[in-house]
Design a protein around this ligand. Sequence first.
Ligand SMILES: NC(=O)c1ccc[n+]([C@@H]2O[C@H](COP(=O)([O-])OP(=O)(O)OC[C@H]3O[C@@H](n4cnc5c(N)ncnc54)[C@H](OP(=O)(O)O)[C@@H]3O)[C@@H](O)[C@H]2O)c1
Length: 258
Amino acid sequence: MHVLILGGTAEARRLAELLAADALPGLRVTTSLAGRVTAPRLPPGEVRLGGFGGAEGLAAWLVEHAVDALVDATHPFAADISRNAAKAADGTGVPLLALRRPGWVPVAGDSWHEAGSLAEAAALLPALGRRVFLTTGRTGLAAFADLDHLWFLVRSVEAPGTPAPSRIEVLLDRGPFTLAGERELLDRHRIDVLVTKDSGGAATAPKLTAARAAGLPVVVVRRPPVPAGVRIVADPEQALVRLRALGGRRAFPDAGRA
Ligand SMILES: NC(=O)c1ccc[n+]([C@@H]2O[C@H](COP(=O)([O-])OP(=O)(O)OC[C@H]3O[C@@H](n4cnc5c(N)ncnc54)[C@H](OP(=O)(O)O)[C@@H]3O)[C@@H](O)[C@H]2O)c1
């Protein structure tokens, strides 16, 4: 059985580790990474790098490499590859499972402002603050480029390109982050508003706790939907159960797309 994991997340790495530890006889696991990060954290098993060339390219790869199960364990905001995975699974009949960590939920004391897109987030900012901690990643900075009167602390794994806001300080860093570290960052840079995607997960959640403690507003960009009909599991352990159940049957028993 050959499992292709579309990766780029801690959950994808964890699933590859679980499958390696499971040591099912005859199991082959390949993780696919987009190749955007210079020194990615690599999972066990085989790794391939770079795009497939759209849904058609992915479908061709599935057939050529005799893939029996496809797991879309990409980041909740990586919408294009998830759409392509759904199309390629439909076209080839390869069972597809989406591994999506749950989104964050506001708690008492939070001051969240939901946005449907980065552009909507940018439109909300002038009314909320002047010194912005922007944690939505290096791509998409163009949405904030016209906000000349605001100052931005941008945290990303790789250096951002242009267009970007004119008043910007870049902090190259990769989670997990600590609550103490996030509080210190907000204080040191006199941040008065935080912008985040609803990425979910524990590794980057301390910024939300720090913002709550400091009484800061948070602009939260909502997730794009998972393509219709795709079965979703919330963690790598559940994905492992599904893959075990798939075994040699080549179909998830109750999957919409099998
Ligand atoms: N978006 C985020 O906020 C975010 C955050 C952390 C990590 N990531 C990870 O970074 C990668 C890129 O994210 P994105 O938002 O740029 O994705 P995207 O917009 O959904 O994908 C753009 C294109 O990149 C290629 N691609 C994306 N993920 C791939 C993968 N795992 N393996 C092979 N090709 C892949 C595909 O190219 P082709 O059409 O040529 O196949 C896809 O059409 C993803 O793997 C994601 O898990 C994203």
